[in-house]
Design a binder for this molecule. Structure first.
Ligand code: MOS
Length: 732
């Protein structure tokens, strides 16, 4: 058992030497072939013993009010219908998110449009769906609060003990008055949804008093606990399995409604039950990203030094929930400025609850801050890269603490070089190619670095085969592959000697994927488990671990070279590791950084924006796999382009529903929208973060991209759009 708490910087480790060179290597995904050949078993593909029944959720037809009753008789008579379940008080109304670790239950109250009120179980999916639509929900509709624009003035300050409390240093108004140049502008961003490729789904099966739920989830232990709470049973009786996940983006943080409904249905019918949410249902049944309204107040002196930096935000949430979109999360420590203020006000709306969506905080916070910085740089007549250099702080000035490793300026400089930034024309609307106006924009990227408690088990069996087990998930990011790389490099064996088993609460709690901390948390646990095994191998070699080299399947020490398989042939090795966050995350401001450079072409006739070129450079600690890391950044950049130009869950302010509730109308970028993306990483190791010296990258890529696109649109057209997305109607 190896345990480590991050209370001090990490010294030299076995992985620093990387004798096999596996760490960082751009290896293909272990499970890639299974995925591209369609043989990887996602939730709905999981084989089930027994006669599977299918369920379909009944959803609220109005936005606010009460359920007066259900007319279910017609549905009960329909072909194939096994049960119509509307009277179970455990029915989950809405999905449990990351933070408010509980699910709204009972179906007498309608909190928001589309919430779940019950379900139909039938022999086939189609029969269940048809019957669910035949159920009449009688409602007493009440007036709902749906209109974020109209109600914004009613927003209330967040409590002092909020996860992201308001922060003030100096006097923002005084700083604004001191400045020679200033910007006071309101940026807004719309509601967004996760839009994962794989819709939420669950298969529930009872085995006596024990429940097994296959579902598409990011954080399995949290899912298990929420499921147990919802069903009022002991968590030990619940197993959650999620081997492959077709994208999470924050929306699969806890357990979804589908998991609870399927479990109730399986219990009632005595059969395994499969429940697939439809794309349309997902728009309302999963939490959303809050719309934001951000007042940016920035001022600088004649030489460009910030005298004031302020970001006052309004975001929304449902009445009973307290967590909120942490807009200023990345802004707090990004720039200098003696007078600083970051506040949030919370507006209560009767829309689906708000929760994490790809890079909560930075994804939207940088849209405001990085565009306002561009505005101020222009007013000061300073190149925006230079402007950021001038305002590079030497520590986190909001929380008065040092940085761990920070290479923001290096990222911007390298990005500028690769992009050819020096050729940019500072004056807007000065380049035209036929009908197309060409522009260039830049923005910084930042994503906080986090660590969660995580454990892993590692076994070396008698043949020398290694098995890693953890309830960590792979949501398309490459977890299987990087964990195998860590184990193989630590133990000096080829990759194909390592089997990685994830996505099952039967394994040690590996935290899971969320907040860009999965690789750091589960990866550190695997590295510690491997160290535990190395210690035992060294004991069997009769040498101190530090004097033993492990390479190509052999232990080498004191002129001896012994096959690892020979060291375990009599007795396998069982090892485990646990990582715990410690004081390092409070003592140091830890974040990953980047710089985005974007070229756009805006059609002078239609207002259509095409992204022509993106160069992004990141510094995010050690990189575990150059290929999967690059893929993650590409994914983030693409989402960032979507933030800039497309994504917008449009609320009908009269009825409280999202009107564009499918992927035909909720636009996300497709291949044809995306040019070649030039992505690179600077060398960095951060010994304050975790034993791997890595930083989270999952949510770094998206941060700042939309601002860089919008800044490029301004440079192309001279039109400064402050309301995202930057659609063509705003440019003509
Ligand atoms: Mo993320 S939106 O914290 O999975």
């Amino acid at each position: 058992m190896a345990e480590w708490t991050m209370d001090e910087p990490v010294g030299e480790t076995r992985l620093d030497n990387s004798v096999q060179g596996l760490l960082g290597k751009p290896l293909d995904r272990i499970e890639g072939r299974l995925k591209v050949s369609g043989t990887a078993a996602y939730t709905l593909d999981e084989p089930v013993e027994g006669r599977l029944a299918h369920a379909y959720a009944i959803c609220a037809p109005v936005g606010h009010g009460r359920v007066a009753g259900f007319d279910v008789e017609a549905a009960r008579e329909m072909p194939g219908v096994i049960d119509v379940i509307v009277e179970d008080e455990r029915i989950a109304r809405e999905t449990g998110g990351f933070f408010d670790g509980w699910m709204m239950q009972g179906n007498g109250v309608i909190d928001h449009y589309g919430q779940s009120l019950g379900l139909v179980v039938a022999e086939t999916f189609e029969q269940a769906r048809a019957a669910a639509h035949a159920v009449t929900v009688r409602t007493e509709e009440a007036e709902g609060r749906y209109d974020a624009d109209r109600l914004a003035h009613e927003a209330e300050p967040v409590p002092a003990d909020a996860r992201l409390p308001d922060a003030t240093v100096g006097d923002l108004d005084a700083g604004m008055a001191q400045g020679v140049h200033s910007v006071d502008a309101v940026y807004s961003t719309p509601s967004m949804v996760h839009a994962a490729m794989e819709p939420h789904a669950a298969i529930a099966e009872w085995k006596g008093k024990d429940l097994v739920v296959h579902t598409s989830a990011q954080l399995l232990e949290i899912a298990r606990q929420m499921l147990a709470d919802a069903l009022k049973i002991d968590a030990d009786r619940v197993r959650v399995v999620s081997r492959y996940v077709g994208g999470g983006f924050g929306g699969k943080g806890g357990i979804g409604v589908e998991g609870v409904l399927a479990a109730i249905a399986a219990e009632r019918t005595g059969r395994p039950v499969r429940l697939a949410m439809t794309r349309r249902q997902l728009f309302h049944i999963v939490y959303r990203r809050s719309e934001t309204r951000q007042r940016l107040r920035l001022a600088c002196d004649a030489s460009g030094r910030l005298t004031a930096i302020g970001q006052d935000s309004i975001v929304s949430q449902r009445p009973e929930r307290s967590n909120f979109e942490p807009v200023a999360l990345g802004s707090l420590a990004l720039y200098a400025g003696a007078n600083r203020r970051f506040t949030t006000k919370l507006l209560t709306l009767d829309l689906p609850e708000t929760g994490p969506v790809r890079a909560p905080g930075e994804a939207v916070g940088m849209l405001g801050l990085e565009c306002a910085m561009d505005e101020l740089a222009e007013k000061a007549g300073i190149d925006p890269v230079e402007f950021r250099r001038i305002n590079e702080p030497d520590r986190d000035l909001t929380r008065d603490r040092p940085f761990s490793a920070r290479a923001l300026i290096e990222c911007l400089d390298e990005g500028a070089r690769r992009f050819g930034w020096e050729k940019r024309k500072a004056k807007p609307a000065s380049t035209r190619e036929g009908d197309w106006l060409i522009g260039h924009g830049v923005a910084s990227a930042i994503r906080v670095n986090l660590l969660a408690k995580a454990s892993a088990a590692l076994r070396i069996d008698r043949t020398g085969e290694i098995t890693v087990e953890s309830s960590m998930t792979d949501i398309g990011t490459g977890s299987y592959t990087i964990l195998a790389q860590i184990a193989a490099e630590s133990l000096g064996v080829p990759m194909d000697r390592v089997a990685v088993k994830l996505g099952d609460t039967a394994y040690p709690n590996g935290f899971g994927s969320g907040g860009s901390m999965g690789a750091a948390s589960a990866g550190s646990a695997v590295a510690l488990a491997a160290e535990d095994a190395v210690k035992e191998l060294a004991r069997r070699m009769g040498v101190p671990a530090a004097e033993m080299t492990l390479k190509d399947g052999y232990a080498i020490a004191a002129n001896r070279r012994v096959a690892i398989a020979d060291l375990v042939s009599d007795e396998p090795i069982e090892a485990s590791g646990t990582i715990q966050p410690g004081t390092m995350s409070k003592t140091y401001d830890q974040a990953a950084y980047g710089g985005h450079f974007v070229e756009v072409a805006v059609n002078a006739v239609t207002g259509e924006t095409r992204v022509r070129r993106v160069t992004s450079v990141f510094a995010a600690g050690r990189i575990l796999n150059a290929k999967t890391a690059r893929s993650q950044m590409i994914g983030g950049i693409i989402w960032g382009i979507g933030n800039a130009l497309m994504e917008d869950a449009v609320t009908d302010a009269r009825t409280g529903q999202f009107v564009n509730n499918d992927l035909a109308e909720y636009h996300v970028p497709v291949n044809a929208d995306i040019p070649h993306l030039d992505v690179s990483f600077l060398d960095e190791e951060d010994d304050k973060t975790n034993p791997l010296k890595i930083k989270g990258i999952g949510e770094l890529g998206i941060s700042g991209v939309g601002a860089a696109v919008n800044n490029a649109v301004y440079n192309a057209t001279g039109i400064r759009v402050r309301s995202f997305p930057v659609t063509l109607d705003k440019l003509i």
